[in-house]
Design a protein around this ligand. Structure first.
Ligand code: ATP
Ligand code: MG
Length: 252
């Protein structure tokens, strides 16, 4: 039996009412994401990237069109789909292990401890189990947020500019970490960014959105093995195509 697509977005339009006016944010979007795929959504600020992710996560409802996950219509939030945000969203009063174990409180203690230990190890936080967020760097806090999201064994991870708050070096390291974890866990990832390089380094496919009212202007496949050689002609060909689709002149 062939596996059904993970996420199917079909002719989705999203409008908001603002001052008696209809604001069309997303205009007739259609997109299919396959299981275990890593898809980046790239687009200018305000084009509706977060809105798209929020609808897939079940926090917003499309104005028109349909959304399905594993063949079922999205009817609301579901614990199997987790969000990772730019602001880490971890609790300052809880230790690293307590933050990571937050979604596992109903599990027996021994099981929870085993799962938390696995993810502490996976995101490289060994030795910091009892630390509080105030004692961690930005990159470490983002690792905690990532570990907490993954600890509930989600099959779909929705990431909204999760590395945006980090300095450029830490961002690079976290991208590599994220790819390592994705390869180990094989979850489906939808990753929003407005960073062209980030999308080319991470994605199997990059979905490019236009300014609002936003449409899909291109879907670019990045058929390059990891770790990607950022000096290769193919890498730069993809990068230039994305800049072009975003309407930005870019010469290197
Ligand atoms: N709940 C809401 N009510 C009214 N308007 C909204 C709501 N949520 C988003 N919008 C509007 O929809 C548009 C798209 O917002 P969204 O946050 O999805 O953009 P974005 O692509 O994620 O931008 P950024 O890159 O800056 O995060 C914006 O103009 C925003 O003002
Ligand atoms: Mg956003």
């Amino acid at each position: 039996m062939p596996q059904p697509a993970k996420v199917v977005v079909e002719h989705v339009t999203k409008t908001f009412r603002r001052n008696d006016e209809e604001l069309i944010v997303l205009d007739d979007l259609s997109l299919v994401v396959e299981p275990s795929e890593f898809v980046c959504v790239l687009g200018p600020s305000g084009c509706g990237k977060s809105t798209l992710l929020n609808m897939i996560g079940g926090f917003e409802v499309p104005s028109r069109g349909s959304l399905t996950i594993d063949g079922h219509p999205v009817r609301g939030p579901d614990p199997r789909r987790v969000f990772v945000f730019q602001e880490y969203g971890i609790f300052p009063w809880a230790t690293v292990v307590d933050n990571i174990g937050l979604g596992l409180l109903r599990r027996p203690t021994a099981e929870r401890e085993r799962i938390v230990a696995h993810y502490v190890d996976l995101v490289g936080l060994k030795g910091f189990e009892r630390s509080f967020p105030s004692e961690l760097s930005g990159g470490m806090k983002q690792r905690v947020a990532l570990a907490r999201a993954l600890a509930v064994a989600p099959d779909l991870v929705l990431m909204d500019e999760p590395l945006g708050a980090l300095d450029s070096l830490t961002r690079l390291q976290m991208r590599a970490e994220l790819l390592r974890i994705w390869k180990a866990e094989r979850m489906t990832v939808m990753f929003v960014t407005h960073d062209v390089d980030e999308s080319v380094q991470l994605a199997d496919r990059v979905v490019v959105l236009s300014p609002r009212p936003s449409r899909i202007v291109d879907v670019v496949e990045v058929a390059l093995p990891h770790p990607r050689d950022i000096g290769s002609p193919e890498y730069n060909r993809v990068k230039n195509r994305l800049y072009e689709r975003l309407g930005v002149r870019h010469e290197i």
